[in-house]
Design a protein around this ligand. Structure first.
Ligand code: PBG
Length: 325
């Protein structure tokens, strides 16, 4: 006896059927590879909490950028680690600072094959490890930090960056950076704003990678509180769009997919999601124990992030995943 029931399973019967009806695909071109480059380094240095990720020398970075481009990855985003740090993060806008030199290297190497982006922040460059300048009482001075961000944007632009990505969560940072870039003649340089960034323990391994753990306190006074509703993340994204952001970002990814969805529905610009260092470390650690199927888990997470509405994903697996997607 058969029942005329609706059978959703009909479309799941074969790989070919599943592929035909898939709504979400992840292409290598949707991925952006974050890379670390350190001044005065003679050999690439492994990052213990991020197995497979290194702090690059200028030379090894060129090779990694080349491999990403050959794999069809959509972009790379550079983080610089200076040899010397100070209170105002002078290395960040020094024309011969590490990120400026590395940007010029990478743009010359692969700048036509993928998008070369630069993270724009102070925490890698300050001796106190915060994302802005400090006041006498040790809090972050929003408005004097904006001036620094403007200078850093112009220095990165002169070095050839193709997108600046401010990650410091200062209010008004996009407007300040846009004004500085326009004033220096870089009217066509896009801003990908880390508009919606939470104060997250998932950044733990990154602070080893970029040597930027705050020397006191934490970032909860400027990054968003995970306990706020997605609407606050949307508000941050809309403010940045109003200030001139050409694309916005939600970060971290996996624990914030509701926010990715809400932001993607609310803004008329592309949305990026950053699968951050702690998300990477958790998968690598479990996979090293043989507890999960590493490749399937990575693919499923990337699909989930795209399904939530992100048009691009920053991921430390970009080059590798591009090889199997
Ligand atoms: C700040 C910045 C951070 C990350 C990217 N940009 C760290 C922080 O805000 O503490 C984290 C990225 C990751 O965890 O992979 N410049």
């Amino acid at each position: 006896m058969s029942f005329p029931v609706t059978r959703p399973r009909r479309l799941r019967r074969s790989e070919a059927l599943r592929r035909l009806v898939a709504d979400v695909r992840v292409a290598p071109a949707d991925l952006v590879l974050p890379v670390f480059v350190k001044e005065a380094l003679s050999e690439p240095a492994p990052i213990t909490s991020m197995p497979g990720v290194v702090q690059h020398t200028r030379e090894s970075l060129k090779k990694a950028a080349h491999e990403a481009a050959a794999a069809g990855v959509g972009g790379v985003i550079l983080f610089g680690i200076p040899a010397v740090k100070d209170a105002r993060g002078s290395g960040a806008d020094d024309p011969s600072g590490i990120v400026q030199l590395a940007l010029a290297d990478v743009v010359a190497e692969v700048g036509d094959a993928l998008v070369v982006m630069s993270d724009l922040c102070l925490d890698e460059y300050t001796d106190h490890g915060h994302c802005g300048l400090l006041t006498a009482d040790g809090s972050i001075d929003n408005d004097s930090t904006l001036e620094r961000y403007g200078d850093i944007a112009v220095a990165q632009a002169r070095a050839g960056t193709q997108v600046v990505a401010p990650s410091g969560m200062m209010d008004g940072q996009v407007a300040a950076i846009r004004a500085a870039l326009d004033g220096a003649g870089f009217t066509d340089l896009p801003i990908l704003s880390y508009s919606t960034k939470y104060a997250s323990a998932f950044y733990g391994p990154f602070r080893e990678a970029a040597e930027c753990a705050p020397q006191f306190g934490d970032r909860s006074a400027y990054q968003e509180d995970p306990a706020r509703a997605a609407a606050e993340g949307v508000r941050e994204a809309l403010l940045d769009v109003a200030e001139g952001a050409d694309a916005v970002m939600v970060k971290p990814a996996l624990a914030y997919l509701d926010v990715v969805r809400a932001v993607a529905d609310a803004v008329p610009v592309p949305v990026a999601a950053y699968q951050v260092s702690g998300e990477y470390a958790m998968v690598e650690a479990a996979a090293a124990h043989g507890w999960i199927d590493r490749r399937r888990i990575i693919t499923e997470q990337l699909v989930g992030i795209r399904r939530a509405g992100a048009s691009m994903v920053l991921t430390y697996w970009a080059t590798e995943a591009a090889g199997w997607l």
